[in-house]
Design a protein around this ligand. Structure first.
Ligand SMILES: CC(C)(COP(=O)(O)OP(=O)(O)OC[C@H]1O[C@@H](n2cnc3c(N)ncnc32)[C@H](O)[C@@H]1OP(=O)(O)O)[C@@H](O)C(=O)NCCC(=O)NCCS
Length: 193
């Protein structure tokens, strides 16, 4: 049976201080934090050079209507007309071959100059809300390197549970392997706002 095509969520999403909207090609300069090795330190790809940044922004701009496993919703996070970061929702598994995705992964990256003001928490909270309110999911997960303590703190603030510490599960660019933490949040644990 052909799986259903999922409609995209209604955008923009507004929170107290932020607007979440699609990424556009005009966001290239604001997304330059993807060229910063510190920002990308625990991301599953290296810091971008100029060519990779152009490709990355084009990919992000196209991530608007995920429906199949591995497809992504990519949202720019804007505070007072300034793009401060971005969040993603990646659809993962289906309960079977015919139903809609039931597990999805969330992720985030914020410009260092906008860190420490709760923007990532506010945006990720809105992302969790739209994930459960709009998509037929029963579970959200986040994967992170255990050294990424700021991301772990963010998962905890979202009410996620540390479910697994997988040892040497993630391949590094230099051929070594790093550990992977899995945080999870079930639909019944989601405080619908
Ligand atoms: C992960 C990441 C988004 C976390 O950023 P962050 O600045 O720690 O998170 P927030 O924006 O939610 O800010 C939280 C901080 O703001 C403070 N804060 C200030 N005002 C606040 C408010 N109104 N509401 C909530 N928190 C507020 C919090 O107390 C917290 O401070 P603390 O770190 O001293 O405890 C950021 O480190 C990042 O982009 N890293 C690089 C990319 C990355 O690794 N992504 C994840 C891969 S798995």
């Amino acid at each position: 049976m052909t799986p259903p095509v999922l409609a995209p969520p209604a955008l923009p999403i507004r929170t107290e201080r932020l607007t979440l909207r699609h990424v556009s090609l005009d966001d290239l300069d604001a997304l330059r934090y993807y060229t910063d090795p510190e920002v990308c330190r625990y991301l599953p790809f290296p810091a971008a050079d100029e060519e990779a940044l152009v490709k990355r922004v084009a990919t992000m701009a196209g991530r608007r209507a995920p429906s199949l496993p591995d497809e992504v919703l990519s949202l720019a996070v804007v505070h007072e007309d300034t793009l401060v970061g971005d969040v993603i929702l990646r659809l993962r598994t289906r309960a079977d071959g015919a139903t809609a995705p039931s597990v999805a992964e969330i992720g985030w990256a914020f410009a260092p100059e906008h860190a420490g003001r709760g923007f990532a928490t506010e945006a990720a909270t809105a992302l969790v809300d739209v994930a459960f309110a709009h998509y037929p999911l029963h579970r959200l997960i986040a994967h992170l390197d255990p050294r990424n303590t700021r991301s772990a703190a963010l998962c905890e603030r979202l009410g996620m549970t540390l479910e697994a510490h997988l040892r040497r599960d993630w391949p590094e660019a230099d051929g070594t392997w790093t550990d992977d933490l899995v945080y999870g949040l079930l639909r019944e644990e989601w405080p619908a706002r």
